[in-house]
Ligand binder design. Structure first.
Ligand SMILES: Nc1ncnc2c1ncn2[C@@H]1O[C@H](COP(=O)(O)OP(=O)(O)OP(=O)(O)O)[C@@H](O)[C@H]1O
Ligand SMILES: [Mg+2]
Length: 416
């Protein structure tokens, strides 16, 4: 299992790497440990853990880095299914609502991986993955690890919204004896200068470095994006005011797009962080060529990156959130309906795709002018997808359990 790629050589973070290495040493002799790595969006949690995990793998550790689903409507226990790899832990989706039994099964798998040699499990973006399973399962799994040699590295954005379940889970994790917290803060000025250079600015002068430090507070994501702004199409004279926030920078790029491409990107933001261009075309009733062209424009201005010939993704979750936040509520609801219809038109979704469809139908129903009727309609559609028997950890049906997630995702502020 591989972690997402990190584009830049790491600067700074020597002290944090030492702490992670020390935690790994303890895992070898004293049993499981948990590191809670937090910090602002884009501060470099993933980049740090990626480097650490790569080094641990070179020293013989097994590294597990389950991939996020990347779209709303992730099946229950998605993260744990990824840990298990092709030999899935449960049928898809799991039918049992017995949380204790499921947690024991997961812990069993982790114990067997880390019994003979050390292993690292990275749970990245913990605040954003399928929380119906994680919030209730993770603390139980950690308690059941026994004497295994497992280091669990959890990363989450410290500025993530505080739901009560999420706060409760963090409290449980922090209270455990084998847990240590690691708060990442911004880079120092010298590291900011080095990152500007590795991002393409040949010789940033002290004034520019000071300005970038003041604006970004040393946030690497913001620094990398500012460097791109300065080197490609943005103002090339440092005296021209720079965008003051990452959000301003994203909005600047959006405004540089033709209206038609903005519309396509708006629909892409509803499909999720990663999207298929064919789905976009079907949802908008457009020619695929038109959508490919719009995606190319979005790639050019630095909002989106190609994944394959047919797929692309937002370059950062925050970019998607900002694009979505610019949609009017009525537009958003309409797009959910069009996306649901497009997914159905593409062939009856099955397996892992069912939750995606249920999510879009439920979101289309939320806030509709006649919500009861719309919800009834959404319920009938999702039951037709055979979702009703699916049980989640708290015993509710899957389609019902994703509704709170919809409310959260549509109210989450794009505040950076
Ligand atoms: N120490 C660093 N040196 C160089 N580049 C870095 C460093 N930290 C992060 N980056 C770069 O900054 C960008 C954002 O980093 P990363 O994705 O690790 O942030 P994050 O804290 O995981 O963000 P999020 O909260 O969105 O998950 C990436 O392009 C990454 O390569
Ligand atoms: Mg990250």
């Amino acid at each position: 299992m591989t972690a997402p790629g990190v584009a830049h050589p790491l600067v700074g973070r020597a002290a944090e790497l030492d702490r992670l290495d020390a935690a790994m040493d303890e895992v070898r002799v004293a049993g499981p440990r948990v590191v809670l790595c937090s910090g602002a969006v884009g501060v470099g949690k993933t980049a740090l853990l990626r480097l650490f995990a790569d080094r641990a793998a070179q020293h013989g550790a097994t590294v597990m880095w389950p991939r996020a689903f990347g779209r709303p409507g992730a099946p229950p226990y998605w993260i744990w299914q990824q840990v298990a790899g092709p030999n899935r832990l449960f049928g898809s989706p799991p039918l049992s609502a017995d949380r204790a039994a499921i947690a024991e099964r997961i812990a069993d798998q982790l114990r067997s991986v880390s019994a003979g040699q050390p292993a690292v499990l990275v749970l990245d973006d913990l605040d954003r993955v399928d929380d119906s399973s994680l919030l209730t399962t993770l603390p139980r799994v950690l308690r059941a690890l026994g004497r295994s040699h497992l280091l669990v590295c959890c990363a989450y954005a410290s500025d993530a919204p505080h739901t009560s379940e999420w706060s409760a889970m963090r409290h449980v994790l922090k209270a455990a004896a084998a847990t240590e917290e690691m708060l990442l803060t911004g880079l120092m000025a010298e590291d900011v200068r080095r990152l500007l250079i590795s991002s393409g600015l040949a010789a940033p002068g002290p004034d520019l470095v000071d300005q970038v430090v003041a604006i970004t507070a040393g946030n690497p994501l913001f620094i990398v994006e500012l460097a791109r702004h300065l080197t490609r199409g943005g103002p090339d004279r440092p005296e021209v005011p720079l965008p003051r926030t990452l959000g301003d920078l994203v909005r600047y790029r959006l405004d540089a797009l033709p209206e038609s491409a903005r519309r396509v990107l708006g629909a892409a933001s509803i499909l999720g962080e990663r999207f298929r261009v064919g789905d976009l075309a079907r949802a908008l009733g457009l020619d695929a060529a038109v959508c490919f062209e719009a995606v190319d424009e979005a790639v050019r201005v630095g909002l989106v990156a190609p994944v394959s010939a047919a797929e692309a993704e937002f370059r950062h979750a925050l970019f998607r959130e900002i694009v979505e936040s610019r949609l009017r509520t009525s537009e958003r609801i309409g797009l959910h309906r069009h996306v649901a219809e497009a997914l159905e038109a593409a062939g009856r979704p099955s397996g892992d795709e069912l939750g995606v469809l249920a999510y879009h139908w439920a979101a289309a129903a939320a806030g509709a002018p006649r919500p009861r009727r719309a919800r009834g309609h959404a319920g009938r559609r999702t039951r037709r997808c055979e979702l009703a028997p699916t049980r989640t950890p708290n015993g509710s049906t899957w389609s019902r359990s994703i509704t709170p997630a919809i409310c959260r995702s549509s109210t989450r502020p794009a505040s950076v």
